[in-house]
Design a protein around this ligand. Sequence first.
Ligand SMILES: Nc1ccn([C@@H]2O[C@H](COP(=O)(O)O)[C@@H](O)[C@H]2O)c(=O)n1
Length: 289
Amino acid sequence: MIPEFSNPSVCMKDPQRVQDIMESMAKAGSNTVQVISDFDMTLTRFAYNGKRCPTCHNILDNSDLVSEECKEQLKELLDTYYPIEIDCSRPVDEKLPLMVEWWTKAHALLVQQRIKKDHLALVVRESDAMLRDGYQLFFDHLHEHSIPLLIFSAGIGDILEEVIRQAKVFHPNINVFSNYMDFDDCGVLRAFKGELIHIYNKREGALLNSGHFEELRARPNVLLMGDSLGDLNMADGVQDMENILKIGFLNDKVEERKQSYLDSYDIVLVKDETLVVPNGVLLYLTGNK
Ligand SMILES: Nc1ccn([C@@H]2O[C@H](COP(=O)(O)O)[C@@H](O)[C@H]2O)c(=O)n1
């Protein structure tokens, strides 16, 4: 086992299973590995100094690009739907239409604001969004070892790309599946492109992008990272999968959700704002440990 597994944030239902998967993946070699990660609250911090950090959507919601009236409406949506998103007492099929409702209403409000593409970089720079500590090693190490990183996010692609670009780690081994903004000829937001990705339809998103997984057919070993149970479906498009190691960040409503996370993720990181554990796993998989 790697030393990072002794960190107090680490919980595992079956440590032996984790060890077996990691050994099998390391033996197969890093050229058989691909990483699939969620973005908001997985690659980015959930909180800093006791204050919540923004999601991609929140970066816009809190910015000068939206009017005060719109801010209030978006906040009302967040206060209504976020508790539903993280309520583990409600079944997914009951929550799913409500998540579609949230994303659809929020996107419609954002479109009404006539947001300009040119202003996105500034609002990201001025936001409180932060990649988790250890991000530099995470992104650089994957790049150095030519391991593909798929970022699969129900956030906003244009915003998340900008966060990563400003951190200077948007390397060519990265692909993004997300909700991208559609701008008119004057650079004004007029819609969101393609099929909506929300928290509970990542399986459909993965299957729609079968071409990506076809290209990675020679990489049947997957490291998956997420913060929601909906993220567990992000690897559903992977072809001929041999091993999958799932790391889940449990950021909020810890006591209520811990058991379901332990039942679903191989490694659960409780209120851990860093990428120290995923980095330890990566170093092990690439033979650097
Ligand atoms: N209007 C919205 C809709 C969703 N969110 C949050 O974004 C997160 C989705 O992004 P992932 O990268 O985690 O897939 C999700 O957890 C929602 O809470 C939002 O803030 N505003």
